[in-house]
Design a protein. Structure first.
Length: 397
């Protein structure tokens, strides 16, 4: 069959219009300019099969969003978004409930900060999934891949996203607890003006997911004053080497440091408040390893190659300078192996018979080794370096 150029043009236009009418093609960024609650507008971002909606119940002060879309991941997003255009440091918080049983377990409701309305825009969001998984998700540049930091809190009762400068932070409240930093933070440089709001994605192009957002609060963040008393928060995260995605295992308003994997990969050993803690890799509450009199342990500790012994550096005795001790990994009475101090454990030999460490002697820090069978004063340490200045952090090949 032959067609002339005019027929070809009409044929092409007819196919395109038919596609839109059937919902096969959905124009990206089909924003509805109508305001909804505190948000200036709403609409679908990316391509969706079923148009979404955003409604606000003034009596209950609750937003209900319905959204379709394949996903909000990789380098493209498809979802329903209610938004406000804004600049500066900002916080958005809410209680979120994904409505209805069934549906894809990866469907999600989000608090989002987004550079623009393109499907591949740079963004960051705090997302709660259908199965309760909650993450700080981000695309740090337009068109790049999405990554995430998973929280150790499932199905939180309250969520908040904060933007301060180039960084975004996730705040969560577990059931019955108060809102606090969840340990997840990432640098995502979003330049003002940008869009902030709430969104829903079904993670299934053939279905629609609904979510309710209540107690929604949007407010600017004042600069942190140098006179304010700041709270230190520490978090322990694992990172997937292939994807670089992360997961928060443990997070507190306090100071802990130096996690070591146990040899079987089942737990972490770290120091906190002068004690040595053990924490399962899937999280939970850490337990304290009994180190007897050694209650001022610092961050120089490690597990023997056979996984049975623990070397610690503690400064609770005598001159209160760090000395090296060995004890069973399960806990017990520490045995001191270094006579001189300060000494800071740093490496086990592969056969487990020797440890290497930096020590300060006559005002100079050098590297030393000593037998793990030694007891304080029974064996002289061996000096390996003599360079002026700080020699630190020895490790065996």
């Amino acid at each position: 069959m032959s067609v002339n150029s005019h027929d070809a043009i009409r044929y092409s236009i007819a196919l395109t219009l038919l596609g839109i009418a059937a919902g096969i093609l959905s124009p990206a960024r089909a924003q509805n300019p109508a305001a909804v609650g505190i948000f200036e507008g709403h609409g679908d971002v990316g391509s969706v099969l079923h148009p979404g909606s955003s409604d606000y119940d003034t009596s209950r002060r609750t937003y209900t969003l319905a959204g379709s879309g394949d996903n909000m991941w990789s380098n493209s997003d498809n979802f329903q978004f209610a938004w406000k255009k804004i600049s500066g440091d900002i916080a958005l918080g809410a209680e979120i409930s994904i409505l209805g049983a069934g549906g894809n377990e990866h469907r999600k409701a989000v608090l989002m900060i987004r550079q623009d309305m393109d499907a591949d825009s740079a963004y960051a969001d705090v997302a709660v999934h259908g199965d309760g998984l909650t993450s700080l998700q981000y695309r740090d540049a337009k068109g790049s891949a999405t990554h995430e930091i998973q929280s150790n809190i499932s199905a939180p009762s309250q969520l908040r996203i904060e933007k301060r400068g180039d960084y975004v932070y996730m705040w969560l409240a577990a059931s019955g607890e108060k809102l606090q930093p969840a340990g997840a933070a990432m640098r995502v440089p979003l330049q003002g003006p940008f869009y902030i709001g709430i969104g829903v994605c079904s993670h299934d192009r053939d279905s629609v997911t609904k979510a309710a957002f209540s107690k929604v609060e949007l407010h600017p963040l004042a600069p942190i004053s140098t006179a304010e008393k700041l709270t230190l928060h520490s978090s322990l995260e694992t990172i997937n080497i292939a994807s670089t995605d992360r997961r928060v295992v443990y997070s507190i308003a306090g100071h802990f440091e130096a996690p070591n994997w146990t040899r079987d990969g089942a737990a972490f050993i770290f120091n906190e408040d002068g004690h040595i803690r053990r924490l399962a890799v899937n999280g939970g509450k850490p337990e304290t390893i009994d180190t007897g009199f050694a209650v001022h342990c610092n961050n120089d500790h490690g597990i023997s190659p056979d996984g049975k012994l623990l070397a610690i550096s503690d400064q609770s005795q005598e001159d209160h300078q760090s000395s090296i001790y060995i004890l069973p990994l399960t806990g017990g009475t520490p045995r001191r192996i270094t006579k001189k101090s300060p000494s800071y454990w740093h490496g086990w030999s592969p056969d487990g018979k020797t440890v290497a460490y930096p020590g300060q002697r006559n005002g100079e820090f050098d590297i030393y080794t000593i037998s793990t069978e030694a007891s304080a004063g029974s064996e002289e340490e061996k000096q390996l370096t003599t360079a002026k200045g700080l020699d630190d952090g020895p490790e065996y090949s």
